[in-house]
Design a protein around this ligand. Structure first.
Ligand code: SAH
Length: 244
């Protein structure tokens, strides 16, 4: 048994990390459990670019980057990307894929809170996608993202809403009926309502810029940006520039 050290991350659910680590070797297989992440990637990348006013040349932090699907896409769009996660396996896959693709991302095994305390006010763009619903204290991750963001930065989160419809679609539909995700991928009770995310962000000093739904069409297997935030949604915030 190892003793907890003062720097050991506490805002982490080892069972959640274990789920991702177990299947990490299939991260870049677009027909695997990670298919939905591949399918939503162009849509969310475009939304991030719009919200941030372009990514080229910008310093980006991707929190909970996993195998690097979004981190690599942002780097390919010209951003200087740092990807952080607490799954060593996922980061290993991300690094290997980067070697194959030739797209450079700086991957680090570190908790968001630790990274933010070591690099405050650093990044022009901070992204945190499909991760908040897997941590014990999402508000702490939002606060860490805000702390790592530079004044004037754009922050973009994506997560799952919590209501009867999201239970029907994201759990029953995606995991049981359509088999898009392995059963047990998501714990509905940990989903984050838009108002809760907005409250976490407000407490961290961020201003809400926009929210959009990402709606899945099972027949065409495509995602579309809609105003409907009842299941999957994206939210953009700005860190104010003080002193002007
Ligand atoms: N953001 C990526 C991956 C989403 S999968 C994408 O959208 O493509 C969720 C990721 O969150 C996994 O890589 C998992 O390891 C990571 N994760 C879960 N809990 C975490 C925590 N407490 N700290 C950091 N990463 C965590």
């Amino acid at each position: 048994m190892s003793l907890a050290t003062p720097s050991a991350p506490t805002n982490v659910d080892p069972a959640e990390l274990g789920k991702f680590s177990e299947i990490a070797h299939r991260w870049w297989d677009p027909t695997s459990e990670f298919r939905p992440l591949h399918e939503i990637n162009p849509l969310r990348l475009g939304w991030i670019e719009t919200m941030a006013g372009g990514l080229a040349g910008k310093s980006v932090l991707d929190v909970g980057c996993g195998g690097g699907i979004l981190a690599e896409a942002m780097a390919a769009a010209g951003a200087k990307v740092t990807g952080i996660d607490l799954s060593e396996k996922a980061l290993g896959v991300a690094r290997l894929h980067g070697l194959e693709s030739g797209v450079t991302v700086d991957y680090r095994l570190v908790a968001a809170e630790t990274y933010a305390s070591e690099h405050p006010g650093t990044h022009e763009v901070v992204t945190c996608m499909e991760m908040l619903e897997h941590v014990p204290d999402p508000g702490s991750v939002v606060a860490a993202c805000a702390a790592a963001a530079a004044p004037g930065a754009t922050l973009v989160f994506a997560t799952l809403n919590r209501n009867p419809k999201s239970y029907a679609f994201a759990i029953l539909g995606a995991e049981y009926l359509l088999g898009l995700l392995p059963r047990g991928t998501h714990d509905w009770t940990k989903f984050v309502r838009p108002a809760e995310l907005a409250r976490h962000a407000r407490r961290a000093g961020l201003d809400l810029v926009a929210m959009n739904g990402m709606t899945y069409h099972p027949l065409s297997r495509t995602y579309e940006l809609t105003p409907d935030t009842s299941v999957n949604y994206l939210a953009a915030f700005r860190k104010p520039v003080h002193g002007f």
